[in-house]
Design a protein around this ligand. Structure first.
Ligand SMILES: Cc1ncc(COP(=O)(O)O)c(C=O)c1O
Length: 429
């Protein structure tokens, strides 16, 4: 494989094979990453990258769209089936683009968004001052409680009444607990706000019923397709039966229209040009895979593995935000270990274990240093690892963090990591 690439561009060929080696020989615990199947890889790297297809199936601005129309319809219909959604748009290039188009569908510049604080698990696009969301909208942040690490819905309801947001945002990048979408709906209704869920992280779990679905409760649902959903890098916007045809005032035209129409026109032509048709084809393949029975078994294992890893870390004396996890990720507060998130990330990387430093709620350190690390199990679960491997990986993480700077420990850990990797092979081309 990759013979043409090798001949044309040996330097990039080297980075691709180097990346394959890295993936094959390290333990991937970044909560937002996963390993796609070879079928998804083939769909993502094909001739559809050549095609311009501005518009939507049957209504394109370019000729020659018959095959890509079929691919996009397959992607949309499979996603509708998977999530029980009435409206699906598979064109957003990424999660950030999906969120931008979603906000532009219902909000005017200057409107108020009530979203989760970044340090408490929110995403950049949920109102960070260095992101378009923080520049264009008034952002009021909510967070989790210091003693429980959980959202206090009564406090959130009070805050909503005080600030009267136009949109309430649920769904996060680093929150280990189940979300109560009916409660969010009640709060949104009490102040006449739109309710949006960004299920980028938990999409796979929602699709198979292992996390409650936001579709019956939220006006708009956005997601990425590359995390628990195990598809190519990309974004998607959905709306349920009750909401897709809801009449809204389009903030760009000032005229009444259906929500689905506003979303479609904010993705294209509002914020994007030609869709990435090869990626849409790969999304279709991933949704097909997620509709199979074994995908639910996989998602169950992600959660069981996260519980096992969380248990192992707590046995080793680590503090987990909220005391554990209900989903695929956990947030480890390293304060009691006297180690920063950055040092832990670096030491673990040197030992063959990949995690990311992450702010913890009420963090005193900067985002480049942090007091915590975020750990997730989707990728290693794809590799076939189960609870016993998770228990051992928790012990390995503990040993590295107790021995920051000790090259012997890093090297011993790398040897053990290699054994794991050999036992659970990943990409063999
Ligand atoms: C909750 C959430 N929303 C949106 C995004 C943005 O996705 P992308 O990186 O594809 O733009 C992420 C990415 O990590 C995320 O965690």
């Amino acid at each position: 494989m990759f013979n043409n690439l090798k001949e044309t561009d040996p330097e990039i060929f080297g980075t691709v094979t180097g990346e394959i080696d890295r993936l094959n020989s390290t333990l991937e615990l970044i909560a937002s990453e996963n390993f796609v199947s070879k079928a998804v890889l083939e769909a993502a790297g094909n001739v559809m990258t050549n095609k311009y297809a501005e518009g939507y199936p049957g209504k394109r601005y370019y000729g020659g769209c018959e095959q890509v129309d079929i691919a996009e319809d397959l992607a949309r219909n499979r996603a509708k089936e998977l999530f029980d959604a009435a409206y699906v748009n598979v064109q957003p290039h990424a999660g950030a683009q999906a969120n931008m188009a979603a906000f532009f569908s219902v909000l005017k510049v200057g409107d108020t968004i009530l979203g989760m604080d970044l340090a408490h698990g929110g995403h950049l696009t949920h109102g960070s001052p260095v992101n378009f969301s923080g520049k264009l909208y008034q952002i009021v942040s909510y967070g989790v409680e210091k003693d429980t690490g959980r959202i206090d819905y009564d406090k959130l309801a009070d805050l909503a009444k005080k600030v009267k947001p136009q949109l309430i945002l649920a769904g996060y990048s680093a929150h280990p607990r189940e979300l109560d979408f009916p409660k969010f709906r009640e709060i949104a209704d009490s102040v006449g706000a739109f309710l949006m869920a960004d299920i980028a992280h938990i999409a796979g779990l929602c699709a198979v019923g292992l996390h409650p679905s936001p579709i019956p409760y939220c006006d708009i649902v956005t997601t990425t397709t590359h995390k628990t959903l195990r598809g190519p890098r990309g974004g998607m916007i959905m709306a349920g039966e009750k909401f897709a045809d809801k009449k809204i005032i389009d903030p760009w035209s000032g005229k009444e229209r259906k929500l689905r129409g506003a979303i479609s026109s904010r993705v294209f032509p509002g914020t994007q040009g030609g869709p990435l048709m090869h990626i849409i084809a790969a999304k279709a393949v991933a949704f097909h895979e997620a509709l199979q029975d074994d995908y639910k078994v996989y998602c169950r294992q992600i959660i069981d593995n996260a519980a096992a890893l969380a248990g192992s870390l707590m046995d080793e004396g680590f503090n987990l935000v909220s005391g554990g996890t209900d989903n695929h990720l956990m947030l480890v507060d390293l304060t009691n270990k006297g180690v920063t998130g950055k040092d832990a990330e670096d030491a673990l990387e040197d030992s063959g274990i990949t995690v990311n430093k992450n702010m913890v709620p009420f963090d005193q350190n900067s985002p480049m240093v942090t007091s915590g690390i975020r750990i997730g199990t989707p990728a290693l679960t794809t590799r076939g690892m189960k609870e016993s491997e998770m228990k051992r990986i928790g012990q390995l993480i503990s040993r590295v963090i107790a021995n920051i700077g000790n090259e012997d420990v890093y090297s011993e850990t790398r040897s053990e990591v290699k054994k794991f990797c050999d036992e659970f092979p990943l990409y063999i081309f």
